[in-house]
Design a protein around this ligand. Structure first.
Ligand SMILES: [Zn+2]
Ligand SMILES: [Zn+2]
Length: 269
């Protein structure tokens, strides 16, 4: 319990520093979220409960039953696309990759964006429980450790930048929180400033797959020297892959040797 409390306090301090960094870009208004955000984390700090079923669990982890349920579709041996990690469900070819191919080389995902994992993402993104970032990053770190082939040594992590409107609404960037935690777990450098959003763009939720890809084009630019480097883009959910494709394209044009997507959840077709 004491270790959990210490870890939770360190997490909150780190998240606060992250808020300060992001608030510079969001006009300082993010600081208004701080009291509400911290209040929402108190139950998680005071208990060692599973984020999904509220049963007792080791602090910062799901209980064994929920973990097994969440990971079952990833470990049942069903075929997945070697590039975008889509579950193929009997298809010969990946429908997302058939849409024109992706600029990223491959994707590693922790679980499918379906029950019960979608609930965990919902708690994290929509209910402001940003301490779920540690649980999600832990699951993703395990997936990276099991991935074949493994990530190239000295891979640099970047994250998908949230739109300004989304950061102001939530009080944090979900992908950035996961990337920060993942960087510590995998001992890989994290450079959040290397990918910059050039404009906000409207929500993509109502767009179909083709429209999403057109919309995401030129939404990002590379602000770091990635020449010859292996880069991994961290995001929470991969739906059509259009955002990851757009950032990967930018990084490849800037000279990145390889680009991998590290996503917590992969949406089934
Ligand atoms: Zn549970
Ligand atoms: Zn694919």
């Amino acid at each position: 319990m004491r270790t959990g409390l210490v870890a939770a306090t360190v997490d909150i301090i780190m998240a606060y520093l992250n808020f300060l960094r992001e608030s510079a870009a969001a006009g300082g208004t993010l600081l208004r979220h701080m009291p509400r955000m911290l209040w929402r984390q108190l139950p998680a700090m005071a208990s060692g409960l599973c984020d999904l079923c509220q049963d007792t669990s080791k602090a910062g982890q799901l209980c064994e039953d929920c973990r097994a349920l969440l990971l079952a579709p990833m470990t049942d041996g069903s075929a997945r696309c070697a590039v975008c990690h889509l579950r193929l469900d009997g298809r010969m070819h990946c429908p997302d990759c058939l849409n024109g191919g992706f600029a990223f080389d491959r994707v590693i995902a922790a679980f499918d964006y379906a029950a019960p994992g979608d609930l965990l993402i919902h708690y994290f993104k929509s209910r402001g429980r940003f301490m779920c970032a540690g649980v999600l990053a832990g699951l993703l770190a395990d997936a990276v450790a099991d991935a074949e082939p493994c990530l190239p040594e000295a891979t640099i992590l970047v994250c998908v930048p949230s739109s300004r409107a989304a950061v102001l609404r939530r009080g944090f960037n979900p992908a950035a929180e996961i990337a920060r935690s993942l960087s510590g777990r995998l001992r890989l450098a994290y450079r959040p400033e290397w990918v910059v959003r050039t404009r906000d763009g409207e929500s993509q939720t109502r767009l179909n797959r083709r429209e999403r890809r057109l919309h995401a084009r030129s939404l990002f630019r590379c602000a770091g020297d990635v020449s010859g480097l292996h880069v991994a883009i961290v995001d929470d959910v991969l739906t059509t892959g259009s955002t990851l494709h757009s950032i990967a394209l930018t990084l490849k044009e800037a000279g990145a040797a390889s680009v991998c997507g590290l996503v917590v959840a992969r949406t089934p077709y």
